[in-house]
Each structure stands twice: as structure tokens, then as C-alpha cells.
Design a protein around this ligand. Structure first.
Ligand code: ZN
Length: 243
């Protein structure tokens, strides 16, 4: 079984299509693990939900998914994110709304636990830094945990009573060994690590390895859709910068 692992698609259909094509042209995939924030920021919320759901899919809720359907407020959002959430709400059909409303905050796929933020606070907490990682390991009832939310790829390995954050190097196969791990594949639709290319990972349960890949997509197409939708220019521009 091979799982395509995606996070923070953020309504970016061109990016999601590029990721799925790239993954298919490599070793292919049988199932998709989505780590939340399918919608928000980008111009194609409904089509992104539909494309993910056309595959065997395990998906958890992100803060933007719940904000777009009013399940949580946007008080903690910056003005750009709040504006995007309001626009997203206006675009969703009832089937999309009910799908997002029924997403669980925590899911399991094989020996991975899936969550958007952290196991302490699945919707809001950014899992960055030692203390947040230690807390999630203390709650982790499996070998591995997949997270999104920060849009920053990393591997975090449990070492005795400490953790070791490592870079999740593009194209380098990592064996999932005896040490437990928290893994962030980076963002499909709005990378923030200075590289505008979409980031995703493939897990292969036959070899017990995970690899992160990056793929280019036509950012200008997404940006033009965002401009036509009247999205804040800041959100349009950041896609080119990967920030
Ligand atoms: Zn996000």
C-alpha cells in the first residue's frame, strides 16, 4: 500500500492536480491521507474537496475547514484569512459543507495518527518546537503522527525523553524505524518554507519508507483566479514567494 500524504491544500486546485499527477507518475498511490485545511485562501474550495474525495481518502479537519462552515469563529484569523474564509463560505455547496462539518479532528491510517495541528489541540496548535512535540508524543497511541498546519516540512524523532527535529529532505527516502516520529509533509497549496513548489510525501508500507517530493505548478493560473475572485493581493503574491 502506498499513501499519498497531503496537507494544507488550501483550495489550490492547480497545485493539488500537479501533486496527484506527479505522485501517479512516480510510484503511484492507493490511498490519500489529508492533514486538514483542504479549503481557505485559494480559489477552488469545492473542486479540491471533490478531487480528494474521488480517491480512497482519510482526512482530518483543519482550522480553515471549520472556519469556512462556521463551526469555529475567525476571531483568531488575520484579516486576510478571515476574508478568505468568508469568500470560501459563499462558494461551498451543501454537500461540501456537510462533508467538512463531519470531518474528525483525529484519524488513523495504518500505524499513523493524522491530525492538523497537534494531539493536544488538533485544530489550532502549531507543532513547532520541543515542548509541543514532547506533549504530542506523550499523547500518541501509535508509532507515527502526521501533522500539517505550519506549512513547514519536518521530521521529528523521539529520542529517549527528548526530540530531534530534522529537515525532511526532498527526494531522500527515510526508513520508519523503531523510534516514533512526527512528520509534516509541507503544504500543497501554500508552501511557507521559501520554496513555492507544492510539497507532499509518499509512504510505502512494503518498504516502510517515506519520501517527500516537490512539484511545480502553474502558479499564475491560481493567482489569476484569486484576483478575479477579489482575494486580498497579499494572498495572491505569497504563492509566488512560498511564504
Ligand atoms: Zn493551513
Amino acid at each position: 500500500m502506498r499513501a499519498l500524504i497531503v496537507a494544507d491544500v488550501h483550495s489550490n486546485l492547480e497545485a493539488l492536480e500537479a501533486v496527484m499527477t506527479d505522485a501517479s507518475q512516480r510510484e503511484g498511490f492507493d490511498t490519500v491521507c489529508s492533514l486538514g485545511d483542504v479549503v481557505g485562501y485559494g480559489p477552488d474550495p469545492g473542486p479540491c474537496i471533490d478531487l480528494l474525495r474521488s480517491h480512497d481518502l482519510v482526512c482530518v479537519a483543519g482550522n480553515h475547514d471549520f472556519a469556512a462552515i462556521g463551526k469555529i469563529g475567525t476571531d483568531e484569523f488575520n484579516p486576510f484569512a478571515a476574508a478568505a474564509a468568508r469568500w470560501t463560505a459563499s462558494q461551498l455547496k451543501s454537500g461540501h459543507v456537510s462533508y467538512l462539518a463531519n470531518l474528525a479532528k483525529v484519524e488513523r491510517c495504518e500505524n499513523f495518527i493524522l491530525v492538523h495541528g497537534s494531539l493536544r489541540d488538533p485544530i489550532w496548535e502549531y507543532l513547532v518546537g520541543q515542548l509541543a512535540a514532547l506533549d504530542s508524543f506523550s499523547r500518541l497511541e501509535s508509532s507515527y503522527c502526521l501533522v500539517g498546519h505550519s506549512h513547514m516540512p519536518f521530521l521529528c524523532v523521539e529520542m529517549d525523553s527528548d526530540v530531534d527535529f530534522r529537515s525532511f529532505v526532498e527526494g531522500k527516502s527515510t526508513a520508519l524505524g523503531p523510534n516514533r516520529m512526527i512528520i509534516n509533509p509541507g503544504s500543497v497549496g501554500q508552501p511557507r518554507d521559501g520554496d513555492p513548489r507544492s510539497s507532499y510525501a509518499i509512504y510505502d508500507n512494503y518498504t516502510g519508507t517515506i519520501v517527500r517530493y516537490r512539484v511545480t505548478y502553474d502558479i499564475s493560473v491560481t493567482q489569476e483566479k484569486m484576483r478575479r475572485a477579489g482575494m486580498p493581493n497579499y494572498l495572491v503574491q505569497r504563492l509566488s514567494k512560498g511564504q
